[in-house]
Design a protein around this ligand. Structure first.
Ligand code: MN
Length: 235
């Protein structure tokens, strides 16, 4: 039996699995799903017109192939004139399950990165107004630029430290990881009650205040203290 005859009988060649490079190695982290937490910083919830005391954070998803690996540009998306940056801590899971208890949640984490939850704010705003889903605002092509993933053995489990983004060197968003309403274990435990988490799932952990628009030619530089920095050009 040759190699070909052992391969699955697909009707066409499947698309490759989206991946993120892992720091300090040639290995790749294979992305299965992308979960994003909304309004996980009180000051950002307020800037978006919401009361964080009355409306707890919540989740939405992006598509795994929306990841933009480090070093690649962000192509300005179609059908919008108001694309915003949201700088976020990225949590990369090596294991999962359902009903994960809080005190076991961090055991699921492979490592951390720095991501940008790019958002067509105009389309998201229309969707909110009309009670429609957010996919066109949030889940478009290349909407998830991400740094390399740093294993827990290198960076631990960051719980505090500056999270910020500059555009063309000008400060835009500025916050601290210690302001996150839901901490990483709470996000994992909560998500695992709604979904079965699996290896390769990543969580974009929410963004501080100061979101704003970018245009073609802008250079976004995002930092999460103790994790990494990413530089992404809008083209
Ligand atoms: Mn976000």
């Amino acid at each position: 039996m040759n190699e070909m005859s052992k391969m699955a009988d697909y009707v066409f060649v499947p698309e490759p699995t989206p991946t993120i490079p892992v720091a300090g190695t040639d290995k790749l982290f294979p992305v299965r799903r992308i979960y994003c937490v909304g309004r996980n910083f009180a000051d950002h919830a307020i800037e978006m017109g919401h009361d964080p005391d009355k409306e707890p954070p919540f989740f939405f998803q992006k598509n795994p192939d929306s990841i933009v690996p480090p070093g690649q540009d962000f192509p300005y998306p179609t059908e919008t004139s108001d694309v915003h940056h949201e700088i976020e801590l990225v949590v990369a899971l090596k294991s999962g399950g359902t009903d994960i208890p809080l005190d076991k949640a961090l055991d699921c984490v492979f490592g951390y990165g720095v991501g940008l939850d790019m958002t067509r704010r105009d389309l998201q705003g229309q969707a909110k107004k009309m009670g429609r889903p957010w996919e066109t605002g949030k889940s478009f092509e290349a909407s998830a630029p991400c740094s390399v993933i740093h294993p827990v053995s290198e960076v631990g489990h960051p719980t505090q430290g500056a999270i910020r983004v500059e555009v063309n060197g000008e400060p835009r968003q500025q916050g601290d990881l210690n302001q996150m309403i839901w901490k990483v274990p709470e996000m994992i435990a909560y998500l695992s009650r709604l979904f079965e988490l699996r290896p390769g799932d990543v969580i974009f952990a929410g963004t501080p205040a100061g979101v704003g628009a970018v245009v073609r030619g802008d250079v976004m530089t995002g930092h999460v203290e103790g994790v990494d920095e990413i530089t992404v050009k809008v083209v």
